[in-house]
Write a new protein. Sequence first.
Length: 643
Amino acid sequence: MEKIISFNKIKKSHIAFFTVAVVLFWIKTYVSYQIEFKLGIDDSLQKFLLAINPLSSALLFLGFALLSKNHTKKWLIIIHFLLSFLLYSNIVYYRYFTDFITVPDIVQAFSNAKGLGSSAASLMYATDIFYFTDTVILIILALTVFKKASIMKQKTFKLVFLFATGVFLFNLALAEKDRPHLLSRSFDRNYLVKYLGTYNFTILDVLQNIKLTSMRVMASSSDITTVENYRRNHYSAPNPAYFGKAKGMNVIYVSLESFQNFMIDYKMPNGQKVTPFLDSLAHDGSTFYFNNFYHQTGQGKTSDAEFLMENSLYPLSSGAAFINKDQNTYQSAPTILHQKDYTTAVFHGNYKEFWNRNVMYKQLGYEHFFDAAYYDMSKGNIKNFGMKDKPFFQESIPMLEGLKQPFYTKFITLSNHFPFEMDPGDTNFAAGDFGDAIVNNYFQSAHYMDQALKQFFDSLKADGLYDKSVIILYGDHYGISENHAEAMAKVLGVPAITPVINAKLQQVPLFIHVPGVKGGIQHQIGGEVDVRPTLLHLLGIDTKKYIEFGSDLLSPQHRNWALFRNGNYVSSKVTQINGRCYDTNTGNLKIDQTACKSINEQVINELNMSDKVVNADLLRFYTPAGFKPINPDDYQYLGPNKK
Ligand code: GP9
Ligand code: MN
């Protein structure tokens, strides 16, 4: 009898309904942490933090529903759904990017809406319905068991809120203890989520964005002085053997979509080479092939690689500079060369709004942007985001030939893009057999891209441009994310992907061909930020007066390490990953963990300096001697029919 009475009481209590909502949400979030995200949980404190952080968020956010006296249930369900939606969006995003969504990403999603559909769909599974079942359960409970739940007192809300804040502060204190400066040095989103949870991470991210906006407003011309001094002390003087060897030549950049360095010289189990053309460049002796070269991109992917190569500045720690910093002042390579009478142009078989390129390219000083409007985008020619590489190069050649020389141009390929699918008839190269469809496809699409590149080079040789142009090919970023570690271990023939192997998988190939200059395989360690000084020095332009962060790869003073956007780094001796120090060659943890300290300090300093320049738009206070500040309105990308 007593039991029935108390159950009747519970049915009428909003706080009981609230508790059910919190518990369901807590369990779901915790389960998602276990199955969807690879957060690298190392010890029992971290396990504990991971278990309580979804509780503190559930209490806090769902607690707001208790503010509404008359519609508590309705608000609980709405907030529950919105949080579930945020969680699920993060899950889908993580499956591809191994990263979490940030505020700038949401802005990006709107600007990149075209073409994202098929990518996103291939990351969603029928079983994902699980992430919304608890919301459905809540709706059913609200209409049945808790139909008559009565109004709750304000006092209860205050208590819940106090309790939630208490749990959160406890969570934060433990996290700070385990990982000091967690909030102040938020380079790595993985950490923030591991310690504070996905929802609190989103709140932090919103605050961070407000901070960044105010940084620009507060900055003054004196801030650039520190950067100038830093720059002066970190300049790698050009190598006299190469300085000016490409003076007056054309420049042709090719961005190789998602192309990783392990593919060079890779042979399928049947002995077939995947990229025979690129392999031949690596060994022809007249092309520089950098085989210890790393991508340094963040969430801006292809556009971050462009940003690094063109400005020698690091991309943003969150979001894409192409979208969030499109009004900054830049002194980019195309602008520098345009002021030396180069024609500047980009070729890309996708719509010009993608990655906000149509706005950003004006800031970077590009005169021409040959986007989708210039290509035959009919069905057979496109896949994924846009043009297939073969028709793309074929149709580009006459447009390239039409440019006044010397020119500085960039070609952005697309076929080797996630999920790496090919249309029937586009390749006869057999897919891999590594037990993972994405990884298997990767070999086919890379092979197709390789053939397209060969065809492009053949055309350049036929029309004589090959002998008058510096050609730079680079992989923009990884193609196969950490989520495919099992298959990648098979691909590489190793028992497992260790942290150091994973770091080395961030290597992308870099090729530089300079007519008349002997090349060869180059082992020095570098990253995308280093390409601009390397190129400008080859073209005979000293970079001393420019604010840039790269170190000329061919300079005898080259620093020989590469940092990643999250603060990890690789040097010839040590590799630092998430605060741990490894031996680069053996892959083992160093017994002496302080061995990583000295380069780590340089890395932190370097990222801080670059972030200052980009976040506070400091180049607006600095004009290199002889450089004319650009006016973006000088450029208009109106399409082939309007001039
Ligand atoms: C789209 C292309 C691909 O235009 O640059 O972008 P990604 O997804 O690799 O950043
Ligand atoms: Mn890309």
